[in-house]
Design a protein around this ligand. Sequence first.
Ligand code: 13P
Length: 328
Amino acid sequence: MTLVTNRTLLDAAARGGYGVGAFNVADLAMATAVLDAARATASPVIVETLAGSHPYGDDRLWWSLLHEAVAAYPDVPVALHLDHGPDEETCARAVAAGFTSVMIDGSVGPDGRPAGFEENVAVTRRVVEHAHAHGVSVEGELGTIGGSKDGRSHAEIVLADPEQAEEFVRRTGVDALAVAIGTSHGAYKFTSPPDGSVLHMDLVERIAARVPGTHLVMHGSSGLPADLRATINAHGGDLPESWGVPDAEKARAAGLGVRKINQGMDHYMAFTAGVRVALAQSPGDVDPAAYLAEGRRWAQRLLEERMALFGQAGRAADVVAQEAAAPR
Ligand code: 13P
């Protein structure tokens, strides 16, 4: 089966009451770590990537490599998702490249400032029309998630409003909705462990009740594990102390109705820790195959743990059943 839409995958998750990790990948070693972790845990999975944020120059080459990689795992139900599509043109390119889900991030304007609600509705609606005509799911964003998606810009947090969420979904027809509940993208999130005044889980419950047919997405879900930061820093890194979303809060979010849980930094940290350890242990080695394999192993181990935490482990068969029951 391999490629399915986010709609199919998240409908199955809603039925089963679990969350599905959407894991950012920026190269093939990382992509295969995600796919191997999904295979090892019998998980459905969302593989996501940002346009322009990879070492392959042109998106075209990277996206076709990613498509090939997914096809090599016919036993793993995968949605291939464009994360934070900045405009209609990029989303249309992803649809043409075989992605089964795209995100249009109409929450910020071209100047990086929060965009107006009407502007967001209009661009999201146009992307939904195009993507749905090609059998591709769409995720929109309401409110502004903090931090940096690409390591360059830095957005301020604007919390999502439940009433607006209902109107946004009705007027756009999105399959999934990213809601800003206080989380933040990137490797630097909170200066102390976040409590209820930072992470507004009550918003998840209130929004989920108003948009029952739409799947909620939590961005910026990385926990930023202290042991990985310590390993990186003990091997030449320099990451300042920072706290992310605790494991218990991620599991709680899935229980409250979050179906798609976006994570990048945690497995990027694991990968980097593995590479740094491998390089330190073999200072005379210059073969990338050796240290990339070690990074991949560290990332896969962490990804398998996350798949168990989110509840998707053992659920690959749910998606197969959901796909078989879908109207043709
Ligand atoms: P982190 O930056 O917390 O890993 O979240 C990734 C994300 O939300 C991608 O959209």
